[in-house]
Ligand binder design. Structure first.
Ligand SMILES: C[C@@](CO)(OP(=O)(O)O)[C@H](O)COP(=O)(O)OP(=O)(O)OC[C@H]1O[C@@H](n2ccc(N)nc2=O)[C@H](O)[C@@H]1O
Ligand SMILES: Nc1ncnc2c1ncn2[C@@H]1O[C@H](COP(=O)(O)OP(=O)(O)O)[C@@H](O)[C@H]1O
Length: 289
């Protein structure tokens, strides 16, 4: 018995940090959407009860540290499942990039095993379980556009954003999410207009979405990583309507309306950034502006 799932990447349209909580996490408010750069997860039922992970990537662990492994283990223990699973991960999303690749693999594993192991949970129930694996996993269970609050696990879905192209570029140096949050100076933040971004999405206003892009974690990652700054300015020079770092970084994305412009930006980055992708947001609606 076998099933498969797509595990798409996310980007942050806004990322705000409100305060540090007693549990060492930060209270956040983020508007996130899903893009069509995806890992592929294949799940093969094992009679033996074992959980195994195989992947083609040398950047991720294949043992219990893999977030997909942790998702399987959690479901197996919680619901007393006798069977095991072989999880094959075809890795397309850059690792430790601010694109939630690991969280999305975990979320895809939850969705797939829910079928393969006949657990029959709702998506909302899977999202609650996902939050035990990581702060971004609940969002990835839905694979939509949403506002995430709490430590990232409280999800309210939004309508899809208007159609546009997204050019993703990941600088070579990876980033540790934990150290970015640790270095954040909370008293010096210029906060995003989260309600303004939500309104821009609800009214399918592309220009307004571009104007409201903001991520407070740039204040930590940009000064430490000059390549991020360089890619942002190169994207703007080549015609991006707006640019932002996703999550804790270091991936930067640029938004454009037309594919030809996306290709121009892509070409302008080739040479000094190896990991560049032209993608679309998933489930987009017609723009009204
Ligand atoms: C910054 C964001 C934005 O979407 O994403 P990425 O850059 O990782 O994609 C998320 O908040 C990351 O979510 P995720 O990567 O799932 O984080 P977790 O594994 O839960 O936490 C990793 C570490 O980050 C810090 N952390 C995470 C979330 C949060 N709200 N406050 C925190 O302080 C904690 O130190 C925690 O130990
Ligand atoms: N299936 C997985 N895919 C990617 N990274 C994983 C996975 N499982 C565990 N990890 C670990 O999680 C960390 C964060 O990876 P990732 O989710 O790609 O980045 P981010 O949190 O920046 O979006 C990496 O250090 C990686 O070793």
């Amino acid at each position: 018995m076998y099933t498969s799932e797509k595990a798409p990447a996310k980007i942050n349209l806004t990322l705000d940090v409100l305060y540090k909580r007693p549990d060492q996490y930060h209270e956040v408010e983020m508007v996130m959407t899903t893009v069509d750069l995806a890992d592929r997860i294949e799940l093969f039922l094992l009679e033996s009860g074992q959980i195994k992970v195989e992947s083609d990537s040398r950047f991720i662990p294949n043992d219990e540290r893999n977030l997909a492994y942790r998702a399987a283990k959690l479901l197996k223990e919680r619901f007393g499942i006798k069977h095991g699973v072989l999880i094959k991960i075809d890795k397309q999303i850059p690792v430790a990039a601010g694109l939630a690749g690991g969280s999305s693999d975990a979320a895809a594993t939850l969705r797939g095993l829910n079928r393969l192991w006949h657990i029959n949970l709702t998506i909302d129930e899977l999202a609650v379980i996902g939050s035990e694996i990581g702060s971004d996993v609940s969002f990835c269970v839905y694979n939509s556009t949403a506002i995430a609050k709490g430590r990232g696990e409280k999800i309210t879905e939004l309508p899809p954003p208007p159609q546009c192209w997204v050019v993703l570029a990941k600088p070579s140096q990876g980033v540790s999410t934990q150290s970015v949050y640790q270095s954040l100076k909370l008293d010096k933040l210029d906060h995003p207009d989260t309600d303004g971004m939500i309104h821009a999405i609800e009214t399918a206003n592309y220009k307004e979405i571009c104007a409201k892009l903001k991520n407070v974690l740039e204040t930590v990652t940009l000064p430490k990583n000059p390549e991020v700054k360089q890619i942002k300015s190169q994207m703007l020079k080549s015609g991006a309507d707006a640019v932002l770092m996703s999550g804790s970084g270091p991936t930067v994305y640029g938004l454009v309306k037309h594919e030809s412009r996306a290709v121009r930006i892509y070409n302008s980055l080739r040479g000094f950034c190896e990991d560049v992708h032209i993608v679309r947001m998933l489930g987009t609606q017609q723009t009204l502006d």
